[in-house]
Design a protein around this ligand. Sequence first.
Ligand SMILES: [Zn+2]
Length: 287
Amino acid sequence: MQQPDKLHRFTFADLPLRGELVTLTQSFREIRDRHQYPPAISALLGEALAAVALMTATVKFEGRLTLQLQSASTLKLLLVECNHLGHVRGLAQLRDGAEPGGADFRELVAGGQMAITIEPDQGKRYQGVVPLSGDNLAACLEDYFLRSEQLATRIRLLVNNEAAFGLLLQNLPEHQGTDALAHAGHLAETLSLEEALSLEHEDLLYRLYHQDKVTLFKPQPVRFNCSCSRERTLRALDSVDPEELQKILAEDGAVEMTCDFCSTVYRFLPADLSAGTDGQGSEPTLH
Ligand SMILES: [Zn+2]
């Protein structure tokens, strides 16, 4: 059955843990369809999108959280973002000429690192960086939480062509070192891809934790939304060499900029560039 995009937080009555579940269907497909990534990269992008939604929900703030993978191997860059409104977007870049054969995470990101950046609308930016030393993205994120926040965490990320699912379990800060996480984490390991992507969150928690009293909070919507705009793109052109812009205008009659996240093409005519954002321009078109 098709699940709508949503994120749930939950707690256990008798275990000092907090948990979150996220399912991305429409948002994942919209992001996937705006790019033409090989299946292994699409799958990793799905995992990262589920992960960034889970991570955003662990932080109380207004702003955005970015998860970035960089490596000198096949995957040059993978960047996903989620904000406090549940708006997600993401992109991936492969190294020129690189062909991801299988979906082996270690091969895709060999020698790489992961950066988590929290950018509140108000206040200080925070960034944590860890090496990508785990067998998969979930293991790397568990490592990040332990190193950066001293929080023991269990994460499962499951994807297929159509949807991405994430489950996070975390010790409450004042209850490190209990065996509750091992117990709940062990049960979470029994969840299959099919169950994760077909069961309602309520049913899924019942399937895993019917012996542990679970309280599920109100779901939060998650959706694809790119924050790019014509104005921002025009401002970005300020950093381009004016001579270079003039050359492009002379040759093509317009300057086109494509958003790497959503593939929207913004086209600027000479009048737009001289008049700033108030100029007459064509509407953005989607390729
Ligand atoms: Zn965009």
